[in-house]
Design a protein around this ligand. Structure first.
Ligand code: LLP
Length: 422
């Protein structure tokens, strides 16, 4: 469910014509619907009302501080993977005791920052990291709450780049050494081992891998408790898929029902780290047709948005539905929608049957709210696009378009080049 619909033949975000935003703010741009964001967060969170739980929105999916602030004010926490995301979450006034920190490569600087801010817990991904956190906590005369991220060796049946819970993946600690890690942690004086965590992958369209992973974690919790561990939290990560094309992912209530069935009497606070399912279909990417070009083998629609703005098609071969902002139900043609970047891998859609496009038309690339702007870059020295939040009949720019000055603002010329080489 989302709030991007045609009224007559104009695409609207809630009550605002997408064309109006495109004309006033310029393209390319990202547009998010507040009503959709709220609806998705509530739908997910309320699916677990029967269980003690905390929904920690995964900031990496879309880390704009307005979005973080929205979910924080709806009672959510945040799942972070870097000091930068911690900084954002705090800027958005998310209480630090609702922040969980995953990631295989936390630096000392980042660990210290998180310790200072007293986050809810670290999800540790190696025994060396655990020792490092213990040392830093000791140096800072504090204690760190720790969950162990387990690698349950489950195939989530998704794109290999976003599968994270298989033995060959870099994430988590394999089940056979989790017991030992808890045993060894008894000698670490500044960590409290309070939970288990797992995240097996993203864009999962079936509940079975989630349930299989949960069963492994549940068995581990029982063994750990028998050995005296005080497991109070179980973090099941994110990963629930959305509809981009023809997928039929479980609805949050179906996902919740399948998990809760396995969680009877677990006596843990549950943590979830959903990203995509909350923001994915709450955002679109809007781009303008610069040129059309016909060749004997392909028809190209060349747009002002490219792989630096939305890299998912290029990086994962992902499908995003593309539709015109002004619908004209006439002739269609098979086209590649491509950007202006100097790479043949720069495409938004390939071999799509789209209504004939003309110069100046706007196209909406759907389901771009997750891993869209947050993965964008300045490649080809392109300014990153603005982000707009719509609510009812109003819209707000929550991130302005970068300027050319922004592009070079943090660069410096070394003295020896100031006057040119002698
Ligand atoms: N928790 C952890 C530890 C994660 O690594 C992730 C995503 C999530 C939660 C949130 O997963 P979600 O609910 O959004 O599936 N850039 C890729 C997706 C990368 C996901 C990385 N980790 C894409 O565009 O498909």
């Amino acid at each position: 469910m989302h709030h991007f619909q045609y009224k007559q033949d104009e695409l609207y975000c809630e009550d605002v014509p997408v064309r109006r935003i495109a004309e006033e703010i310029g393209t390319p741009c990202y547009i998010y619907s507040l009503a959709t964001l709220r609806h998705h967060f509530l739908t997910f969170d309320s699916a677990f009302t029967d269980a003690r739980h905390l929904t920690c929105y995964s900031a990496k999916a879309n880390s704009n501080i307005a979005i973080l602030k929205l979910f924080g004010s709806m009672g959510g926490g945040v799942d972070i993977v870097s000091g930068g995301e911690l900084y954002r979450a705090l800027k958005a006034q998310v209480p630090s005791n609702r922040i969980v920190y995953s990631g295989v490569g936390k630096t000392v600087e980042e660990i210290d920052f998180a310790l200072r801010e007293k986050i809810l817990m670290f999800n540790i991904e190696s025994t060396q990291e655990l020792e490092q956190i213990n040392r830093r906590a000791e140096a800072m005369n504090t204690r760190a709450a720790v969950s162990v991220r387990v690698n349950p060796d489950i195939d989530p049946n998704t794109h290999p780049y976003i599968s994270t819970g298989m033995k060959r993946n870099k994430f988590g600690i394999s089940t056979d050494i989790v017991m030992q890690a808890f045993e060894d942690a008894k000698n670490l004086k500044n960590v409290d081992m309070i939970g288990l965590d797992c995240h097996i992958g993203s864009q999962l369209t079936d509940v079975t891998p989630f349930v299989d992973a949960l069963k492994r974690l549940r068995a581990l919790i029982e063994r750990l408790r028998q050995r005296g561990a005080d497991i109070r939290y179980l973090d099941l990560g994110g990963g629930l898929g959305i509809v981009y094309d023809q997928e039929a992912p479980p609805q949050p209530h179906e996902y919740a029902r399948a998990l809760l069935r396995e969680l009877q009497d677990i006596n843990c606070t549950l943590i979830f780290e959903p990203g995509r399912v909350i923001v994915g279909n709450a955002g679109i990417f809007v781009t303008r047709v610069l040129y059309t070009k016909r060749t004997p083998v392909k028809n190209f629609v060349i747009t002002d948005g490219g792989m630096n703005d939305l890299i998912r098609p290029s990086l994962y071969g992902s499908y995003h539905y593309v539709q015109p902002v002004a619908r004209n139900l006439q002739e269609t043609e098979i086209v590649d929608v491509v950007g202006p970047i100097c790479e043949s891998g720069d495409f938004l859609a390939r071999d799509r049957d789209l209504p004939l496009s003309s110069q100046g038309d706007y196209l909406a690339v759907m389901s771009a709210g997750a891993y869209g702007f947050s993965m964008s870059s300045n490649y080809n020295s392109r300014r990153r696009a603005p982000e707009v939040l719509v609510t009812g009949g109003d819209y707000f720019v929550i991130r302005r378009r970068e300027t050319w000055e922004d592009l070079v603002g943090s660069e410096t010329l070394p003295d020896f080049l100031e006057g040119g080489l002698q």
